[in-house]
Each structure stands twice: as structure tokens, then as C-alpha cells.
Design a protein around this ligand. Sequence first.
Ligand SMILES: Nc1ncnc2c1ncn2[C@@H]1O[C@H](COP(=O)(O)OP(=O)(O)OP(=O)(O)O)[C@@H](O)[C@H]1O
Length: 375
Amino acid sequence: MVGNKMFSLLDARLKKIKGSNQIFGGVSVIAIGDFFQLKPVFDGWIFQDLNKGISALSPNLWKELFKVHELTQIMRQKDDIEFAELLNRLRLNNLNDNDFAILDTRTVRIEDQSYNKNSTHFFVQNDLVDKFNNKFITNLTSEKVSVKAVDTVVGDFSPPIKAKLISSLPGKQSDTANLAKEVELAIGMKYDLTANIEVTDGLTNGSSCQVKLFEYKTKSQRPSIVWVKFNDEKIGTNTRKKYNHLYSQNIDKRWTPIFDIKRSFSYRYKNFERIQMPLRPAAGKTIHKSQGDTLKEVVVSLDSKCKGKIPHIHYVALSRVTTLSGLQILNLNRKNIAVSDCVKDEVERLKSEAVLSLCFKPLYSLPSENFKVVF
Ligand SMILES: Nc1ncnc2c1ncn2[C@@H]1O[C@H](COP(=O)(O)OP(=O)(O)OP(=O)(O)O)[C@@H](O)[C@H]1O
């Protein structure tokens, strides 16, 4: 979700690109989202006033310019309306005893026979995700390879200084253009892309796939191509056409080739370049990274070492799955369910003071007897 700092940066960037002083450089902006999902990371809610630097003097773009039109039809859980209604109550922290009893029926223990250990798992924190993925890969008996990043420092430094700078790079992927220092790849394991490779072809940060084959074109220990199958078969259609010549007999036509990519980043005032496979293990993922996902089966643990409650995290985690029967809960952490007060106030304000009046009557709000299809 876009926060208030990012929104203000978008405004400034568009003004620059368009060479115009009009708001957003005169470009029309449509914002889509749900405030009852997770707060932007390292940013404030889009409706809050900026309070630092020169931007604090500028108007609140969100409150001044935007009006809301609410989409009410639930698509993800359209085949399980009771579950959809329960989720709508969870979204507002209004679950009743019967709802909790229903969720209890989905609670599992790791020792249970029914536990779907191979389903995607969601956790609150990164360390739990890493632990789960490492264990998952260790337990796989398939072919594996550990791919190390190839790093270079940009600038005129002596070789020992370069080596020292490179070894000081952090393990945190978000500090290194989303490319890992080392990524453990295993056939059959689920991965997410960690970079936008080809946006128009759906090869975007977060796209989910399964690794199918390593292809070595040289004698190196490093695969030249990692063949993957995306969960959504439309993703990678153009890439598969573009690399048609790479498909030998043992390569399934639905698989997509993934190559090393090169990205630049700055760390402690020095510039670096990293070459790495843009893949991150995703048998387990954080609930923050699961936003936007749709899955048939999921196992959720809301266990958290954080002291405070994280508003809306229960709703986001439980609403990624299409049916109640596809959901398993390891730990609901019921006492931590929370809704942000400032979000409640803003949604109230939008509904009472900032409703968009449409200049036409949408087809879906016309009575069906008025609707005729003419050939
Ligand atoms: N018109 C539609 N018909 C059938 N399925 C749809 C339709 N619109 C969306 N979906 C499916 O519903 C799911 C959710 O869609 P989408 O991500 O657009 O909604 P959303 O409200 O942004 O979800 P969220 O914010 O909770 O992630 C997706 O799996 C999408 O494919």
C-alpha cells in the first residue's frame, strides 16, 4: 500500500517528468485499496498529514482531492459466501462466538495427520519464515544448488578495499536491491520473484512459481537457466515465446526460463552492482508479502514475538484463501486481533463526506429487466 511519503514523492516526480506545477503533473490518478489491510512499511497512512521537512507545509493531497467509490462484491471467496461474511466481520474486529467456533474447527497441530505441511505457510515475522523455508528445503530430497551473488564495487578502490567493502554487505535482501547474498534453490520448491523482470509479461516482484529444472550451459557450478512454472500460467507468456529456441525435448512448454539479473544499489555511501537469480524461497512467507495473493490452500500462524498488536494482520492472513476448507490455522493468537482507530475514522469520513457521485448509472446497479443484450 502507498503511504503518505510515497504519495508526496509521486506528486513531486510526476511534476518533474511532466514539467508542470499542477498536482501530480496534471496526470489523473486512480487509487485502489483497502485501509483495513496492512499499514505501509516505513511510511504513514496515506490520509495522515506529513509532519517532517518541507512536505509538512504542503496540503494533504489525499484528503483534498480524493473521493471514494466502494466495491462491495467479494470475488476471492465468491464460492464460499459464509466464509466471506465471517471474513468481513473479522475485517472490522466484530467476530462473534460462532465465528470463533468455526475458526476453531480449522485449527491444526503439526503432529496431526490432517496438517497440510506442503501448503504455503504464512507467518508474522521474517525469522519464522526463514526457519520454515530452511527446514523445508533441508527435508527435500530433490536436486539442490546454492547460488552465491556476484558483487562488484563501483569506483576507484584498491582490490583489498573492494573485497572488504563487498564482505561488509548486509544479509538483509531489502538493502541489496532485493537480491540475496546466497539463495538455496531446490527442485520442487516454491519461490517468489524478487524483482520486476518484465512487468508487461507479469514477471513482477512477488510472482509465485515452482522450480522445475537447473540447466548448466558451462562447466560452472552456477546454473545458467533456472526453469520455473508460474502458478498463474499467463505469467511469462511473452518470455516463453522470446526464448522459444531454448526449449529442448526435456523442457516443458509451460516452464519459463529465469536468468541471473544485475541490479545496482547503494550501501553506506558506496555504490555496488550485484548479479544474482531473482528468486526467494516461498513455501513460507510473511503476511506482509502475502498481500494480494489468492490461494486454494494455506496454513496460517499468527504467533508473534512483537509486543504490540499489528492491526488488520489477522484479516489479511485469513482472507488470502478462497474457501474455509482450504484454511488451516496453527495459531490464531485471538487476543491480538485489532483494528486501527485512525483507519476506522478515515473510512467513516470517506463514507460520510467524500463519496464519489458517479456521472453515469453503472450496468450492475440497473434492475435486470432493464438490461437487454442486442446483437
Ligand atoms: N470479476 C472477477 N471474476 C472472477 N474472479 C475475480 C474477478 N475479479 C477478481 N477476481 C479474483 O478475485 C481475487 C481477488 O481479486 P483482487 O486481488 O483484484 O481483489 P482485491 O480486493 O484487490 O484483493 P485484496 O486487496 O484482498 O488482495 C483474485 O483471485 C482475482 O483473480
